[in-house]
Ligand binder design. Sequence first.
Ligand code: HEM
Length: 441
Amino acid sequence: MPPKVPRRTSLRHAAKAVHNPIPFLTENIKNFGKAYSFHIGGVRKGILTTDPEMIQHILQKNNRNYRKSRMQTEILGHYVGKGLLTSEGAFWLRQRRLIQPAFHRSKLNGLVGIVQEEIEKFFSANWKNGGRRELYTDMHHLAFRVVARSLFSTALDDAEILDLSKQISAIQSFVVKRIRQPYLHYWLHLNGQMRHHDRVSASVRQTILDVIRKRKDSGAESNDLLSLLLSVRYEDTGEPMSEEQILDESLILFTAGHETTAVALSWTFYLLAKHPQYLEMIREETPSGGFTSLEEVMRMQMTTQVIEESMRIYPPAWLIDRLSNSDDAVGNFSYPKDTFFIIWIYGLHNDPDLWPHPEVFDPGRFDPALKKARKPFSYIPFGAGPRLCIGHQFAMMEMIQAVAHVATNYNYELIDHDVGLRPLVTLRPKSTVPITVSDLR
Ligand code: HEM
């Protein structure tokens, strides 16, 4: 087993680390190495790793021997259903094969216009010359609207989207509470919180089911993800997905697709405000008439590098978990069945051995010419292996479009220059990141 952090140290850290465990996890890496065993929260035994080889082994080379924890499959699954994010094994693989083509470049190309329209609409309605805004709050609304429109086009009006966003956020916060404070389980039953959130979840599901049924009944073709989900057929049976399955997958795309993107955009704009020379470069490479194709979006080289570097310093999915299905070994270590792993993406992306001066924002690190020299599995903001984020290209496309739009239309300044970390399921900024906005022209 990897070196062990004494239990009393884990317990001491657990009490202090409720709001931000990152300083303690970093200290442990310095003292015990890139992989160490410890008692998570002072209680549950596990291995934390930032070792690229071990990560590659778990996520890719021997991925079949690893499963997700019940936090994702059972607790999150209870609210969002059984689909891509929350299932395992043969069921997951069948869904992944079915849905993957919906995220193919050719299909994303068809979404560039919808995404662009939504971005333009959002900023022109909300960012006014001389106004004060909150980056995180805005990016949250924007990312939710972009997913909603990409999934359902105009089937939901603005008020319905806002309602859905509030309900899904309430469910996500409740899931975080259940995961972080498992000892509250019976209390949450007793005080009616469990029932309340079950009702919220039922209401969300009904809203989405109504959209699916209406679309099916109308037989209308649309250029959105729902149309793709309705049209795909399983390879083995030739059958389409059931209504219930389309509902689960839609809810999962909402859940997985908006908070992560919102966090990444918030940090990117925060870093750009501190390094405005890059805003200038982004302005220069943005086509004057906006984007009409995915190819144009993907040609935005400096913008891509800025976003990549932002997700290196602040990876939205700052950790992922796995459990071993049977005894296994990698490098000098061997461990038994059911060992719990934390793949600590934040630690990996900020490891000075892999990223010299990791605290320095330097998009030049992602110059395509340097990519080959990078150690494999030293940069995994979207995960890796067969369970790589299915929305990674969609997310990059959306973020590039949003960053280019802001750079070419606004100037903005941070009100607070030092924003701390708030690591929940995603690595959120501690504040809402207030800014003042002015028009560029
Ligand atoms: C910056 C934005 C995003 C980040 C950083 C991100 C990150 C991740 C990561 C790390 C995983 C792997 C989790 C694991 O292995 O345990 C994942 C999976 C997933 N993501 Fe994303 N994601 C982003 C955006 C999106 C978007 C926009 C969508 C959909 C529209 C999406 C849908 C999914 C789904 C469905 C999975 C599960 C895939 C599977 O297991 O087959 N994500 N994401």
